[in-house]
Design a protein around this ligand. Sequence first.
Ligand code: HEC
Ligand code: HEC
Length: 290
Amino acid sequence: MALKERDEFSGQLTTGHEWNGIKELNTPVPKLLWAFLITMALFGLVWTVLMPSWPGINGYFRGLLGADQHQAVQQTLAEANAERAVWADRLATEDFAALQADEAIMNVVRSAGPALFVDNCAACHGPSATGNVGYPNIAEAPMMWGSDPDTVAETIRVGINANHPETRFAQMLAFGKDQMLAGEEISQLADYLVSISAGPALPEDQRLAANDLFLNNCAGCHGEDAAGMVESGAPNLTDAFWTYAGDRSTIRQSIYNGRQGTMPAWEGRLSTAQIRMLALYVLDLRTATP
Ligand code: HEC
Ligand code: HEC
């Protein structure tokens, strides 16, 4: 194969290789290399003139277009800060009804709320606010202290049984330990609460006796119908939501030993805007939950 072979139809040289009778023409790459190099050089030259490029002793050549990413970033940051200041100001001062009706504000709440909640609240209430044993479900359960936005923001601000001069007090008395009720009566009440929250119904005489005990000892805080009272922060005892648990033995412990859950006060740790944003965020979760 030392001799160069020419294809008889096209007149081109072949590569000399043959695959089952088929030979390949030796067609060289078009000679565009120079055009390619010149284009690159020209583009490079124009680019270094227009854009920040050559280093100097006291800085660098800034380019005819004056493009500056530092400045661009600073400007975007300044704009974002100004925008945030406006949101923060509105969140801190405007009526909740107006804020809730404003889609732009609610979008800020929905985008910034989750991180604020996870950082400060999720350790106790869980990442989706549905609670843990000892920490109420604030995404779904009826609010013990009330669920209008001003009330929720106030609960977050002053806390519950917290170290704040205006804190809310939630005092479930220790009816057994402090000997206000006999063990037998506490058992009757525990059976009663299991029955009114999860069923089945108690025999009528047992229900009436327990209802009497309830009206005399519990209704002042939990309400005659046991549906809770926001004035005392006493929860609804007729539904499926329990801060501690709804089985007979846990209910018995709640009545025997009492409960004084502690919710920290957030004033001083979070800004007014953040506290009010969290109130909006939690209430928004509640409307989103079917
Ligand atoms: C250290 C645990 C803890 C942290 C952190 C915490 N909470 Fe609470 N929170 C509680 C407890 C406990 C209660 C219920 C207190 C009680 O038993 O009355 C509660 C109650 C509440 C209530 C009232 C619920 C109702 O039924 O009225 C709201 C609202 C609330 N928390 C929001 C928040 C928000 C928002 C944050 C974050 C800024 C937060 N909590 C952080 C423990 C916590
Ligand atoms: C002085 C007001 C007060 C009285 C009286 C009272 N409670 Fe409570 N109760 C509360 C408060 C406030 C809580 C919430 C405590 C907490 O979570 O820290 C509570 C919580 C409970 C719980 C726990 C609920 C849960 O979600 O796990 C049970 C059960 C309960 N009460 C039953 C009773 C019964 C039965 C009586 C009557 C014998 C009674 N309570 C009397 C205020 C009261």
